[in-house]
Design a protein around this ligand. Structure first.
Ligand SMILES: C[S@@+](CC[C@H](N)C(=O)[O-])C[C@H]1O[C@@H](n2cnc3c(N)ncnc32)[C@H](O)[C@@H]1O
Length: 245
């Protein structure tokens, strides 16, 4: 009896240089560690060093999430979609392509489109950097990039089978803008299309907006320690939904 070949096992992190997230926030632990070390030296006590070790542990978690955790978690989320391999996928706030390229590897006959404003929320963020990563991973032929804002996507109605996004939409500070971003994500989905939006904050709002828009199977869940951006107090949740056929 013939058997289907085993599906190709993909390493979670595609080749390429994916930078680190929120590099400007590094100033906070650097200042706190400097102050702790200085206090320990001046007062000749080791107690401030306990704080320094805790801060270093928090930094380690954030570094892991940025460099490794998101690839593992999103690899599982994408595999959970049971893609056929011919889908059109759009990544909102694709940055240097961590999810975008992971998605592109799973759709050899499809398309992976990234939308971004290339802001400093990720180190070395630019279309060139993302396309270099796509080339390193061997998927440049199916990757397309657009410069655009979440609140006004430069994409046609009902043109994607899957919408994905990771720690990006929270950059919209206004409540109404976050609603508009969800409306836009739903607008570009085809009937039957699926949506996965992971974020640090705002996910309850996304969930409520999706329910109000009549999306099906709307749910929200935590993504675990691999996406703790310093500890459980700064964790990531994913909201998933399906556009009714
Ligand atoms: C923290 S990075 C995450 C990038 C990517 N999703 C990842 O997980 O590697 C957030 C991204 O959202 C983009 N961004 C922020 N505000 C945006 C907006 N209003 N419209 C489009 N992109 C935006 C930034 O340029 C940045 O690339």
């Amino acid at each position: 009896m013939s058997q289907d070949p085993a599906p190709e096992k993909l390493a979670p992190r595609p080749p390429g240089d994916y930078g680190i997230d929120a590099p400007r926030l590094l100033i906070v632990p650097v200042v706190l560690i400097g102050a702790g070390v200085a206090q320990g030296v001046i007062q000749r006590t080791f107690w401030p060093l306990v704080g320094v070790v805790l801060i270093l542990a928090c930094c380690g978690l954030a570094f892991y999430a940025s460099r490794s955790g998101k690839f593992v978690v999103w690899g599982r989320l994408l595999d959970g979609l049971n893609l056929r391999g011919s889908e059109d996928i759009v990544d909102l706030g694709c940055g240097r392509g961590a999810l975008l390229i992971s998605a592109a590897r799973r759709v050899p006959a499809g398309r992976a489109v990234g939308v971004d404003l290339w802001r400093a929320d990720q180190s070395g963020n630019s279309p060139d950097a993302t396309m270099r990563n796509a080339a390193a991973a061997g998927v440049a032929d199916r990757v397309e990039l657009h410069t655009g804002n979440f609140v006004e996507l430069p994409l046609a109605d009902a043109s994607f089978d899957v919408v994905i996004s990771n720690v990006a939409l929270h950059n919209l500070k206004a409540h109404d803008d976050r609603d508009r971003a969800i409306d836009e994500a739903v607008r570009v989905l085809r009937p039957g299309g699926r949506l996965l939006i992971a974020d640090l904050g705002g996910t309850r709002q996304y969930q409520q907006r999706l329910q109000r828009l009549g999306m099906a199977d709307v749910s929200r869940r935590g993504l675990g320690w691999r996406l703790w951006w310093s500890g459980p107090w700064l964790s990531t949740h994913v909201v998933s939904a399906r556009k009714p056929s």
